[in-house]
Design a binder for this molecule. Sequence first.
Ligand SMILES: NC(=O)c1ccc[n+]([C@@H]2O[C@H](COP(=O)([O-])OP(=O)(O)OC[C@H]3O[C@@H](n4cnc5c(N)ncnc54)[C@H](OP(=O)(O)O)[C@@H]3O)[C@@H](O)[C@H]2O)c1
Length: 275
Amino acid sequence: MKVTPSMLRRVVVFGGSGYVGSAIARALTLVTTSPAVKATTQTTSSDAAKADAKADASDAVDIVCASRTGAPPSWARDEPWAARARWVKCDALDVAQCRETVRGATAVVTAIGGLPFPWLKAEEIVRTNGATNVIPGRAAMEEGVRRLVVVGASIPPFVPGLASYAEGKAQVEAFARDEFASESNGRRAFILKPAAVSGTRRMGGGVTLPLSLVMDPTRAILRACGGALVENAPVPLENVARAAVKAALDDAYGNDGFTMITNKSLIEDFGGEVA
Ligand SMILES: NC(=O)c1ccc[n+]([C@@H]2O[C@H](COP(=O)([O-])OP(=O)(O)OC[C@H]3O[C@@H](n4cnc5c(N)ncnc54)[C@H](OP(=O)(O)O)[C@@H]3O)[C@@H](O)[C@H]2O)c1
């Protein structure tokens, strides 16, 4: 039996070229198999072989990364995971483009956002963190996608100047909870709420920012302090990626409806060896 397109799962990662989105896309490629490889799978007519083929088909996942540039980040162009993903141009603020991009997907991940730099207008910050995630999410809902995974944020109450950022994040959280996952219709929505994400941010031109050098000791200190401070401790990038992959692919994971994955849970439940 040949693996047909209808047997394949497709995960679309909005912002798949970004710091967090590229880690998610990479992690997806590491735990799944390329549809191109599975498409060549042949089986015999025995029941056991048919069962094997079904199991095989379930781990064949088409991974689509959507962004305005529609290309992998320059630092990743030679990496196998980037070659394994499909890269498409899609402006997350364009409803028609989003609908076309998510059509046929089994899960949609949104990882778009921007820091509230002081030179930006409040409405721009709200839009960059809200509508850029809500519009793909709504497109997914309207196209019959049953799983939505949103990378949101834990926002420390003691840091000033984050109101517009928080408003954008609140918009997408409300959409995921109250619209995408509101009825018992089999749809599931997940919001990941990382605080600062610790890792190595790779920029163009070979420049790297080893954020973990500062953030990992900070996490250790905040965890040692105990209490609610862990919700503001930097979380490893790989943990965020693992949680997004689980939410996107594991049918047994999550509540019926809405699941929030806190920063504490991202740190404590999604650690492990970095692949
Ligand atoms: N980094 C952190 O420490 C951190 C902490 C907590 C939460 N988060 C959240 O994680 C998410 C991702 O953050 P990040 O740091 O990975 O951001 P990033 O590195 O700036 O990546 C943003 C991604 O979104 C894409 N994008 C931006 N606007 C778009 C649009 N209109 N349409 C389609 N794609 C668009 C960008 O590609 P193009 O420019 O090509 O479109 C890029 O792939 C955000 O929601 C952020 O708030 C991040």
